[in-house]
Design a protein around this ligand. Structure first.
Ligand SMILES: [Zn+2]
Length: 429
């Protein structure tokens, strides 16, 4: 494949790019400060100078001038093209092989453009409905549920159970229907309620894939010897789910999305009040927010894959495009759902792990999917499920979507996502 990559370079290398100058050096430094380095602690992992950008596996190696690889200014367009068009693992392998040699000077490469008509025809859209559960038992294992007793004095008239994975799945299906009617090609990361990104139930996955997953997690030192023994005897399926499966399944979602080569990706979640322990009682808070990549924490540059994603976000305009894209969703959520947009002071995790962007309600956050999904992406977190009004609205059984009984509130959320896509596409032409 590396040969194929180099062949792609040869085809286009006749074109000439603008020389990088000191102002773009400054521009990249500012981008890191603004969107990528949450704690101002990553300087030991990269260097930007008049010749290019070097990446280091540790501050110690930077002090000794031992880099993983270096990208020269003349190679930037070449690398951007690869990031947009080739499997990420192969690009990393190529970078590791080239090290600090200047191999691909002055390569300028083509970009895919949006189709020009007014429908969504020709657009490829990936949708990721967050989580998996289709029963309250599964949702409790996943820790993505509401199971609340009635509290008529405080406005909650009946017992309420909500499963976030059902809300996201129903939203995704309703959105998909509208997008396809307008001509888009849509890919969902999971296709049935209760089915995960591997296309099976968790129980089926345990039957077929647990042993291989345990072996590879052991080899990567992701789990301890004790956990390995526990997992192999299937002694604690909740621990397997949370410590092993979720991580692999999330990566499978990213792999599916990236291989679909979407024009953009919509990740759907419903939020809760973080301070509402186990969501036993309702909250009066209610906000919408969206996440994009960036905001790496100080201990998040130790893995080679994380450093390569950092470099991708720095060099490509995925982040800038995602911020702009996400701003359409924030506006549409606020307008269609009449729920306010969160500010950074509205949640502790926003203050601790996020960097605000210039667009209200759009925050950089280094989540597995905002980091691993390439291209333009919005990670939507609409409304608080444990808000007293939302509990009543979301728990109504008004419509059926793929066997899931759900509410008109979910339809409104799907409509809000759809309107955002339409406005974005209209303004991007
Ligand atoms: Zn969620």
């Amino acid at each position: 494949m590396i040969k194929k990559l180099c062949f792609a370079i040869l085809i286009f290398s006749a074109c000439i790019i603008q020389a990088q100058n000191n102002s773009s050096t400054q521009q990249y430094r500012e981008k890191i400060k603004r969107y990528l380095d949450k704690e101002n602690a990553l300087e030991g992992y990269y260097a930007i100078d008049s010749t290019g950008i070097s990446m280091y596996s540790s501050p110690e190696n930077k002090a000794k001038h031992i880099s993983d690889y270096k990208v020269y200014w003349g190679e930037i367009n070449w690398l951007k093209f690869l990031f947009g068009n080739f499997p990420f693992e192969e690009i990393i392998a190529l970078l590791n092989e080239k090290k600090d040699n200047d191999m691909y000077d002055n390569a300028s490469l083509p970009k895919r453009n949006m189709p020009a008509d007014s429908t969504l025809k020709g657009l490829r859209i990936a949708i990721d409905p967050g989580h998996i559960a289709n029963t309250i038992k599964q949702a409790k294992m996943e820790k993505k549920f509401i199971d609340m007793k009635a509290d008529p004095k405080n406005g909650l008239k009946q017992d309420v159970q909500l499963i976030e994975a059902q809300l996201t799945f129903a939203t995704a299906m309703l959105l998909k229907e509208q997008l396809e009617k307008a001509g888009a090609t849509v890919m969902l990361t999971r296709n049935q309620p209760g089915e995960n990104a591997f296309g099976v139930s968790f129980e089926q996955w345990m039957q077929s894939s647990l042993k291989a997953a345990v072996d590879s997690a052991t080899a990567n030192k992701d789990i301890t010897e004790e956990e390995k023994q526990l997992f192999l005897t299937k002694g604690d399926s909740t621990a397997i789910f949370r410590k092993l499966f979720t991580n692999l399944e999330t990566k499978e979602r990213a792999r599916k999305i990236n291989s679909f080569l979407p024009d953009f990706t919509i990740i759907i979640h419903y939020n809760v009040d973080e301070k509402n322990t186990d969501w036993k009682k309702h909250t009066n808070k209610n906000f919408n927010m969206t996440f994009v990549g960036g905001s790496f924490m100080k201990d998040e540059m130790e893995k080679p894959l994380f450093r390569a994603e950092f470099l991708r976000l720095l060099l490509c305009d995925d982040l800038e495009k995602s911020i702009n894209f996400s701003s359409y969703f924030v506006k549409s959520f606020e307008k269609n759902l009449t729920v306010p947009t969160a500010k950074i002071a509205d949640a502790d995790y926003l203050k601790q792990y996020c960097l605000p962007t210039e667009k209200p309600g759009v925050f950089c956050r280094n989540l597995t999917l905002t980091r691993m999904v390439h291209g333009t992406v919005v990670y939507g977190e609409t409304l608080y499920q444990d808000n007293v009004k939302e509990l009543m609205l979301l728990s109504k059984n008004e419509i059926t979507v793929n066997g899931i009984q759900t509410s008109m509130r979910v339809q409104q959320v799907a409509n809000a996502y759809y309107e955002a896509v339409r406005n974005y596409v209209k303004n991007s032409r």
